[in-house]
Design a protein around this ligand. Structure first.
Ligand SMILES: [Fe+2]
Length: 195
């Protein structure tokens, strides 16, 4: 008997070293938070997406930017992509979630690899979550006696400070409501290939 495992989804997480973590947090809190974040009521979060489309272009983020590119190259290789000249960060922006803020399910469809890096958070802050993109698979949900990686309909990642997540841009995801008093700040980004 042979059982084959088709259509897997790969999600990467990576913890940066303490220097990158501390430096990035200081740059965001001291220089960017006040000047580029705006509350967007229809999305229920505060973001720089609409006024600073590529915050990682700033050289103060040089080490984080290089780290993201390196990790994304490894991820792309793992996904089976090759032959491209280089990966570039097309867009990057800050998101801030105060108590009660959340982000509804969405994807970053016209991109390649997307990601998020946690600048300021603790594990009790709201989780990032992914949903199974194969909608019809939900019809099996009543049959499972236990849940495993290959049959869950959704999975969550706690926002651990200094951690980045990388995922295929087409994968739907969101952020659960933040119940904590602390401001949960993340830096999101989209990567594409340059040939
Ligand atoms: Fe997103």
């Amino acid at each position: 008997m042979q059982i084959e495992h088709w259509f897997p989804i790969k999600i990467l997480y990576h913890d940066v070293d303490n220097n990158i973590k501390t430096q990035t947090k200081a740059v965001v809190n001291n220089e960017f938070k006040e000047q580029c974040l705006n509350f967007i009521s229809k999305e229920n979060l505060t973001t720089s997406f609409y006024n600073q489309k590529n915050i990682l272009d700033d050289n103060k983020f040089f080490v984080l930017r290089e780290e993201i590119i390196n990790v994304a190259n490894s991820f792309a290789k793992e996904l089976g992509f090759s032959g491209y000249k280089k990966l570039v960060i097309k867009e990057s922006w800050l998101n801030s979630f105060n108590k009660g803020n959340y982000e509804i399910l969405h994807n970053h469809y016209s991109n390649f690899i997307s990601g998020v890096y946690y600048v300021n958070s603790n594990e009790k802050c709201s989780n990032f979550y992914f949903e199974d993109h194969i909608e019809t698979r939900k019809m099996w949900s009543d049959y499972y006696q236990c849940y495993r990686m290959d049959n869950v309909q959704a999975t969550v990642y706690p926002p651990i400070e200094g951690r980045m997540l990388l995922f295929p841009s087409w994968l739907i995801h969101g952020v659960q409501p933040n119940e904590e008093e602390i401001e949960r700040i993340s830096l999101a980004f989209n990567l594409d290939v340059e040939n």
